[in-house]
Design a protein around this ligand. Structure first.
Ligand SMILES: [Zn+2]
Length: 65
């Protein structure tokens, strides 16, 4: 469970982020010019229900090692 970095409250995980007005989603990569080989997937979002802090994180951290 993720804790809010600001207030320590348990964050609501597994939320999604969407870019309005665009058909393309946000994809993260470990290599700026190799979006497929360095691809680490879509970002996940956790939101703190107490203070509203938004945290964007990656579920599959194995690919970063
Ligand atoms: Zn908080």
């Amino acid at each position: 469970m993720r804790e809010c970095i600001r207030c320590g409250e348990q964050m609501k995980e597994g939320c999604a982020i969407r870019v309005e007005g665009s058909a393309t989603g946000i994809i993260m990569s470990t290599k700026e010019n190799a979006m497929f080989s360095g691809r680490i997937g879509y970002p996940k979002v956790a939101i703190c229900p107490k203070c509203g802090e938004v945290s964007i994180y990656v579920e599959n951290v194995e690919k970063l090692k």
